[in-house]
Design a protein around this ligand. Sequence first.
Ligand code: ATP
Length: 512
Amino acid sequence: MSRLSLLVDLASLLAREVDLDALLGTACERLAQAMFADRATIWLVDAEQGDLVTRVALLPELPALRLPLGRGIAGYVARTGEVVRVDDASTDARFDPTADRATGYTTRSMLVAPIREEARAPVRGVVQLLNKQGGGSFDEEEERYLVALASQLARAFTMTTLRAADGGNPGLVLQGPFNRIVGRSAPITAVYEKIQLAAQTDATVLLRGETGTGKGLFARAIHVNSRRQARPFVTVDCTTLPAQLVESELFGHERGAFTGADRRVPGKVELAEGGTLFLDELGDLPLDIQGKLLRFLQDRTFERVGGRNTMRGDVRVVCATHRDLETAVAEGRFREDLYYRVRVVEIELPPLRTRGREEIEALTRHFADVYAQRYGRPSPTFDPAALLAIGSHTWPGNVRELEHWIESAIALAPDGRITPSHLPQRRRPTTISDGREEEVRLPLHLSLDDAIERYVGSVVAACDGNKTEAARRLGVGRNTIARALSRRHGGGPSSRGPDSLLGGSQSRGDDD
Ligand SMILES: Nc1ncnc2c1ncn2[C@@H]1O[C@H](COP(=O)(O)OP(=O)(O)OP(=O)(O)O)[C@@H](O)[C@H]1O
């Protein structure tokens, strides 16, 4: 591949809004090829940890490396924003041989450029080319080329368009190296509107909703749609913090604050300066730290553990919880004053089962595309029985559960033809198997027609799509099954339209 065609290729990858991992993986591979480099690595700045992490590397021996900002040549480039070209790394004082020692590789020449859109823009990562002994050096022209390419890569971070993928909400732009937001049902559209309004302010937001409904995704959406989007987005997972470490995690500590505190460490509040602090699973925050968080929310002041100076943080706070905070308040596990403080703007994310069939269908397509691309699988086709199983499940784990179903199906079906056998077995909606009764769960808000359709759909799915077998189990004729599956749509095969993914099998009617 020529260098020019690599640039064009990258531009078209960007325009196609591909998944960021896939984009960087392809960029890395093609870059090494076009520059005749032995290895190429892309490092990203991890603002939360204050270091660099390899996102993609043609270093099969080491899937992920971390490097403090400033350490090694990549760390130097990340900190200073300078381009570095060296002919013999072993003579360069900045060179850190840790990776070479771990891999047995002997780096000779290096060309390393910061990933940023323009000269004074924040450095988002580093792109690094290596040649080993005898592999030759990089020249000035290659340096110019790499700088141009790095600025294109930077656009992947700021321009990867993460708006609603199906065009449902053109106003809400979701940028960043993350998944796109899919959906245009009425309940999710109402969420977009609130997110957009909240993003225009610095108000504290509380995102509520069952597990897997997208609270983390929407927290980030608030950040990237706000005036703070160029500053860090820092997450604190309140469930994983041991109580005694919470305060230090949030507000940092001074050297000597406790045994083992051998240096001053900034807390997440400091790391998020100018940006957004996302407190995930706030309902699990230990009671004794809740007062300190309340104070920070009230006047944005805090002290590091073991410190005397009162500090001030310019941070916007977004919280999420799937817990019933009202009960936690009533039971004395959550402070009432904090409860009122965090729910200045409260946004409830709807469970997937209330968003309608079209949304499940759009998400199924979306995840099928993402994972087919990620795993190098052909564009998948769904067997009608698999669609029935997907359409009739009630999704207690919400979007995350659907994502896992589709990911596993894509992984297990190398030819791209997805049947019920590729869906998670234990969650398949079956009625009778091996003589054991199993449950079909139906939400209570369904109309009778919908309930019958879903129930019959589940039985057909349990029979691997064989309607004759389903009819036998239910003690009815095969035509009754076909009618039940299409009654909500007036029984006509065309009523759902040819593009309907999850409705496809129903519209086929009596075909087996
Ligand atoms: N509308 C959506 N479009 C595309 N992907 C989505 C959407 N909603 C959620 N996802 C994806 O589903 C997965 C679960 O979402 P997320 O982690 O944000 O849920 P959550 O509500 O924070 O879950 P938990 O409460 O368990 O932490 C993620 O991979 C997320 O990217």
